[in-house]
Design a protein around this ligand. Structure first.
Ligand code: PAN
Ligand code: ZN
Length: 188
């Protein structure tokens, strides 16, 4: 293949040119939020776009580096902030790097055997997600949360393990106007 030259707009998260973009609406995440009544109401009212992913057009093969941007829009479902589905990499030898370009958020990471940690995301933050750690991103700011990601071409995405476990061990909710990271309690 030929080299790729692309432009990344750190304000909007747009990457041009890009490969097939992903757009996830609330209806694509049924059962992911704590407050299922608030979730159902919001799906009926507006079914908002929660986040978009703009990847460079790179083959999903060993030896390549998959990279691009994710843009998470601001908002909440009940008291819980808009977030990504979250996943393990199918290939559990695959790490990933996130570099935050705009906004405020948290990266929740956890292992299959019970370790849970989180990283603050703000412009300039870099978090290295080691192999074997599931990851989910949460936007706690007023504007979009934009970050650049890079991972091995053959990483793959496993969403099923997170769904089976009933979500992540930590959730991020608003309390008295401020974001709080707390144990999800009883969801595992
Ligand atoms: C990111 C995520 C992106 C969307 O590019 O894919 O933030 O999150 P979900 O894939 O969990 O919906 C990444 O971690 N890729 O591996
Ligand atoms: Zn990933």
């Amino acid at each position: 293949m030929d080299p790729i030259r692309a432009a990344l707009d750190a304000e909007t998260g747009q990457v041009e040119p890009h490969g097939e973009a992903i757009t996830r609406r609330l209806s694509d995440m049924k059962g992911y939020y704590l407050d299922s009544a608030a979730e159902a109401r919001l799906v009926d009212e507006a079914n908002p776009v929660l986040y978009e992913v703009f990847p460079l057009d790179v083959p999903e093969e060993e030896g390549h580096v998959l990279c691009g941007t994710t843009v998470i829009h601001p908002g909440k479902v009940g008291t819980e902030y808009f977030m990504t589905k979250g996943h393990f990499h199918e290939n559990d030898r695959s790490a990933e790097v996130y570099h935050t370009l705009r906004g405020l958020g948290y990266l929740l990471i956890e292992t299959g055997d019970g370790r849970a940690e989180h990283c603050e995301m703000k412009p300039g933050s870099v978090c290295y997600i080691p192999p074997g750690w599931a990851h989910r991103t949460v936007n706690v700011g007023q504007g979009p949360l934009v970050f650049f990601y890079a991972m091995p071409g053959d990483a793959g995405h496993d969403y099923g393990s997170i769904e089976l476990r009933g979500g992540f061990r930590e959730v991020v909710v608003e309390e008295s106007g401020l974001p709080v990271v707390q144990p999800s309690g009883g969801r595992q």
